[in-house]
Write a protein that binds this ligand. Structure first.
Ligand code: GRF
Length: 200
C-alpha cells in the first residue's frame, strides 16, 4: 500500500506503553496504517524512550501545569496531533479523561483499550472487581471512544479465565498478554475500514 493511502496513527500513552509497543510492532509490511506520533501526558513515561528507540516521533505534554483545566491541556495536545497529521488516535494506557469536545474532533477515529469485558467494570480497578465478584472470566475490550467513559461501540474483546488464587496482579498480567494480541488485530481491521468486531 503506498504511503499516501496509509492511515496515520497517533498513540497516546501515560506509562510503560506495552500496548503502544505491540501496536508499533504490528504496523509493518502491508498493514494499512503507520505510526505518526507517540504522545504522553507524562514527560517521564518510559514508553516515550521505547517509541524513540523505534524511530517514531514522540512528544510530551505534561498535564500537571494545567491543573483541572482539561480543555487547556487538550489545547496543548491538539497541535501535536495536527502537525503529525494523525487520522486515527489510539489511546494505549492513557490515563487522562478527555473532554467531549476533544473526543468529538475524532469521532469514529479514536480507539481505546480497557482491561475488562465491557460493559462490565468501566473505570478503574477492573481486575480486583472481577475477582471480588467471583467472575469465572475476565478480559479486555477495544472500543471506539465517545464522550461517555469506557462506553463506545465495541471493536474487539479477548477473554481469559479467572483462576483460583488469582490476585489483581496475576489476573492483570494474564489480561495484558491478550491486550497485546487484541489491540493490533483490531487496529489492522479498523485501519482498513472494517469495523467488524474481533473476538479472541
Ligand atoms: C493496561 O492494563 C491497559 O489495559 C490500561 O493501561 C494498562 C497499562 O497499559 N489501559 P500499557 O502497558 O501502558 O500499554
Amino acid at each position: 500500500m503506498n504511503a499516501s493511502a496509509q492511515r496515520r496513527v497517533a498513540i497516546l500513552i501515560s506509562g510503560g506503553g506495552s500496548n503502544m509497543l505491540a501496536l508499533l510492532r504490528s504496523m509493518t509490511g502491508d498493514h494499512p496504517a503507520r505510526p505518526c506520533l507517540v504522545l504522553s501526558n507524562d514527560p517521564q513515561a518510559a514508553g516515550l524512550a521505547r517509541a524513540r528507540a523505534l524511530g517514531v516521533p514522540v512528544a510530551a505534554v505534561d498535564h500537571r501545569p494545567f491543573g483541572r483545566d482539561r480543555a487547556a491541556f487538550e489545547a496543548a495536545v491538539l497541535p501535536h496531533l495536527q502537525a503529525a497529521r494523525a487520522d486515527i488516535i489510539a489511546l494505549a494506557g492513557f490515563m487522562r479523561v478527555l473532554t467531549a469536545d476533544f473526543v468529538g474532533r475524532y469521532t469514529g477515529r479514536m480507539l481505546n483499550i480497557h482491561p475488562s469485558l465491557l460493559p462490565k467494570y468501566p473505570g478503574l480497578n477492573t481486575h480486583a472487581r472481577a475477582i471480588a465478584a467471583g467472575d469465572a472470566e475476565a478480559g479486555c475490550t477495544v472500543h471506539e471512544v465517545t464522550a461517555e467513559l469506557d462506553a463506545g461501540p465495541i471493536l474487539g474483546q479477548a477473554r481469559v479465565p479467572v483462576l483460583p488464587g488469582d490476585s489483581a496482579q496475576t489476573l492483570a498480567a494474564r489480561v495484558l498478554e491478550q491486550e497485546h494480541r487484541l489491540y493490533p488485530a483490531v487496529l489492522r481491521r479498523f485501519a482498513a475500514g472494517d469495523r467488524t468486531p474481533v473476538f479472541l
